[in-house]
Write a protein that binds this ligand. Structure first.
Ligand SMILES: [Cu+2]
Length: 299
């Protein structure tokens, strides 16, 4: 009877575990169980860490289940009428202390690695300031000529499915960022706490009024990505989606131009400008002195 119950359970667990690690489940589909496709290095790290944990916990669950079933069958009152009175076993106690510690260390090392990777904020090539409002998002490009857009959810009647838009996810003015670029998101809010979350980027940052949080992403695939406010922020919390269009660098330059902005200066350009400025500053007094001497000698 017990055997009859546990076989289907194990089969289900096996299929479930496989489905979680199967790349065929990567797109957004009904009844999806795995994450959406990773499009940043951070999310790829999160994915592999998640899969590693899944193997570990599956092993632990299987081990404990088998042990439980064994105890139920082998040591029930009928099968084992005279129980043993043993209370201590040093070797066993050392093992069941040391093994979990080792497992925790095995988990901790990649976990810290991932944490530091996500927090390292590499030299940004583009900065986007994200502000959460009740109940929409504001995106600013401070280094590109102060471009500011507000992004509201599309109403049901505005959604154009032929353009690939989805109700509750598509926005009127999506954020636009270039592919293969280190983007820094500076995240804040103006009224209550919101949360800026992009599952495919591996980002979830609280947007707190009066505070500036940051996250970074280097998206490796052109496409349209969706996220949602992930901090309960009021009655329209579920209606302030985040839509980000990741485009080629050329398309981004064109978009920035269309918005009336300009591309960020490269560090080399900034340096060249500073050099010219320095030259002018250091040259000016000499010239003035030269002119003064010239005037004197001409007298
Ligand atoms: Cu919100």
């Amino acid at each position: 009877m017990i055997k009859n119950l546990f076989l289907p359970l194990f089969a289900f667990l096996a299929v479930f575990t496989l489905s979680l690690t199967n790349p065929a489940f990567a797109e957004i589909v009904p009844w999806q169980m795995d994450f959406q496709d990773a499009v940043t290095p951070a999310m790829e790290h999160i994915n592999s860490f998640h899969n590693m944990l899944l193997y570990i916990i599956s092993g632990i669950v299987a081990f404990v289940t088998i042990l439980l079933v064994y105890v139920l069958i082998r040591f029930n009152a009928k099968a084992n009428p005279v129980p043993s009175t043993t209370t201590h076993n040093v070797l066993l106690e050392v093992i069941w202390t040391v093994v979990p510690v080792v497992i925790l260390i095995v988990i901790a090392v990649p976990s810290f690695k991932l944490l530091f990777f996500e927090a390292r904020n590499p030299e940004p090539e583009l900065t986007v300031k994200v502000t959460g409002y009740q109940w929409y998002w504001g995106y600013e490009y401070p280094e590109n000529g102060d471009i500011a857009i507000t992004s509201n959810m599309l109403a049901k009647k505005e959604v154009d499915t032929s353009k690939g838009q989805t109700y509750l996810l598509s926005a009127d003015n999506p954020m636009v960022i270039p592919v293969d670029t280190n983007v820094m998101f500076q995240v804040t809010a103006s009224d209550v706490i919101h949360s800026f979350a992009m599952p495919q980027f591996g980002i979830k940052v609280d947007a707190v009024p009066g505070r500036l949080n940051s996250a970074w992403a280097r998206v490796t695939k052109v496409g349209t990505y969706y996220g949602q406010c992930s901090e309960l922020c009021g009655k329209n919390h579920g209606f302030m989606p985040i839509e980000i269009k990741v485009v080629s660098k050329e398309d981004f330059a064109a978009w920035i131009k269309k918005q009336g902005g300009h591309l960020k200066e490269t560090p080399a350009a900034t340096e060249a400008k500073a050099e010219v400025k320095e030259e002018i500053q250091s040259a000016a007094p000499i010239e003035a002195k030269d002119v003064a001497t010239e005037i004197k000698t001409n007298k």
